[in-house]
Design a protein around this ligand. Structure first.
Ligand code: ZN
Length: 558
């Protein structure tokens, strides 16, 4: 769409008529994926290419060749693999950059991806530039060397290779945005990959159900093989209940913007986001913008999107996920200017070096962008706001006796009987509670019949007692006036040898006790150097008594 005003500029330059004719005549679809073609593919009539005046851009075969060359040049720190196939069968290549690259080390991980949208070719150039910074400058640039040694960075260069190639079969471009997926019946249905992700897909007027629309979201979430490949890779990075990827950038053009979630709502901190995380998004976004001169804002400040990638990555995995809209600044048009002259590539990708290295650096503690207090609070060995399943196990010892209202991670429905008993989550929308649903009456879904137990994933504490940090959590324990000391809420530490020590306990008594989130700080220095688990128990020891318990925001600080 932005091609028209640029056409005179294009024509004034050396466009050989033969070259144009070759580009137009090139088949739009090549069924066989190209594994590791040589750079001479540029001259092949079969491979769609940029016009001569934009030869600084990499077409698909050149992109693949460059990735493979980087791996060949730096086999100790660059590994290339495919995360899946595009609709037309091309490999979606990913490069991992890290020291000991063939080992999955316990290091914070970063994901960067490019070219969801076919015409946004500058994003592939940016991804290639990042690969070169991290690999070519390893051993000479101290920051790069440190980040390669202490992080694992994963880069996707073109999530939409079919669309990337198709865009180059125009005159000279097609301004193509979507993938090249057709329905089995042959009807042309192409999907906007950045509206096809599975969180709040199609929820909010930020995509289209019209198959010919630029923002067609597809017939169902994850209907596109390209988004499924990205999803499956991200899901595979959950190790022992912990998502290894902490920060992410998806590269788009254009507008010179840094966007944080959510796109589906104008609300700054809806219930499906925590205040802590929003603060970190804003701090990270502004810090990056200060480094590259972009404008940082919430994604929905640009326009509402739904089913987009950053919303899913944050909601489903709590990854600090950003959209970069690259050069140039947005013109007064909806779809932007995606074809800057190739002479701009070097400067406009180098411009983002400091910002991108900053986000790679902050993968070890995104909250550090807010302040030291937020880092100490949230970046210790354990921080669980229960918005995700982070590896808690119910009834780990097989000794639970509760018959109803067992611990579960859920969205607690407030209940009231002679005052509030179960409350909404302390932060975000989810907590660990004894029966999240309200039920038909306040006592319908409380804890009954005995004991319920939850145990955390193993957490390794610092060997220096002065550095172990406190255990803190919010809890609520509510009961009716018929309660006795047989009802209780307690927290234990399970040591490495399996012994359990109670570090906090509240017992029932014959008074009406309302629910109130209360924060507790406890010393756990005695377990320095050990791998421990946190155990929470609630017991309804009487008959027919109303007992509710809840836990949220469990932390071992640093
Ligand atoms: Zn885009």
């Amino acid at each position: 769409m932005r091609l028209t005003p640029r056409a005179p500029v294009r024509l004034a330059r050396a466009i050989g008529p033969l070259l144009l004719a070759a580009a137009v005549a090139a088949p739009a679809v090549v069924a066989t994926p190209v594994a590791a073609p040589s750079t001479s593919a540029r001259t092949s009539a079969a491979e769609p290419d940029f016009p001569a005046y934009d030869s600084g851009y990499h077409n698909w075969t050149e992109t693949v060749a460059e990735i493979m060359q980087a791996a060949a040049d730096h086999p100790d720190i660059v590994k290339v693999f495919s995360i899946g196939k595009s609709y037309q069968g091309r490999d979606i290549w990913m490069a991992k950059v890290s020291d000991n690259v063939n080992t999955d080390e316990d290091e914070p991980e970063v994901l960067i991806d490019a070219l969801h949208h076919a015409r946004e070719h500058l994003t592939t150039e940016q991804a290639l530039a990042i690969l070169h910074w991290l690999s070519d400058d390893y051993g000479t640039d101290p920051t790069v060397t440190r980040l390669v040694d202490t992080r694992e960075t994963f880069i996707v260069f073109a999530l939409n290779p079919d669309g990337m190639r198709y865009d180059l079969t125009g005159d000279p471009f097609r301004a193509w945005r979507k993938n090249r997926q057709r329905t089995p019946s042959g009807t042309a249905i192409y999907t906007d990959l950045n509206r096809n992700y599975g969180y709040d897909w199609g929820c909010c007027g930020g995509s289209s159900a019209n198959k010919s629309a630029e923002t067609y979201r597809g017939p169902a979430p994850w209907s596109a093989p390209e988004t499924r490949a990205l999803r499956d890779f991200v899901n595979s990075r959950v190790i022992n209940g912990v998502q290894q990827i902490r920060t992410h950038i998806t590269l788009h053009t254009n507008g010179e913007l840094i966007l944080w979630p959510y796109g589906h709502t104008k609300t700054n901190v809806p219930r499906d986001m925590t205040v802590q995380d929003h603060d970190a998004f804003v701090a990270l976004g502004r810090a990056m913008a200060a480094r590259n001169g972009y404008t940082a804002e919430q994604s929905s400040d640009l326009y509402i999107t739904d089913g987009d990638q950053i919303d899913w990555l944050y909601f489903q995995h709590r990854i600090f996920s950003f959209t970069f809209e690259l050069y140039p600044t947005e013109k007064p048009t909806v779809w932007g200017d995606h074809y800057p002259d190739d002479s701009r590539i070097a400067a406009q990708t180098a411009r983002n070096r400091s910002a991108i290295l900053y986000l790679i650096d902050h993968a070890d503690c995104p909250y550090a962008a807010v302040d030291a207090a937020a880092a100490n609070r949230n970046c210790g060995p354990l921080y669980d706001d229960f918005e995700l399943d982070r590896g808690w196990t119910r009834d780990p010892y097989g000794t639970d006796t509760a018959t109803a209202g067992r611990w579960e991670r859920g969205i607690p429905a407030p209940t009231s009987k002679s005052g509030p008993k179960q409350l909404a989550a302390s932060s975000g929308q989810r907590a660990l509670v004894t029966g999240a649903a309200a039920g038909s009456r306040p006592a319908a879904n409380d804890l009954d019949g005995g004991r319920t137990t939850m145990r955390s994933r193993p957490v390794t504490l610092d060997a220096d007692p002065a550095k172990v940090g406190q255990l803190s959590f919010y809890y609520l324990f509510a009961h009716a006036a018929t309660s006795t000391s047989a009802d209780l809420f307690r927290v234990q530490i399970e040591a490495q040898d399996g012994t359990r020590t109670t570090v906090f306990e509240q017992r029932g008594k014959p008074v009406d006790r309302d629910g109130a989130w209360t924060q507790v700080y406890l010393s756990i220095d005695a377990w320095a150097g050990q791998t421990v688990r946190v155990v929470v128990q609630a017991v309804d020891g009487g008959a027919g008594n109303l007992v509710e318990a809840g836990v949220d925001d469990v932390r071992i600080r640093r």
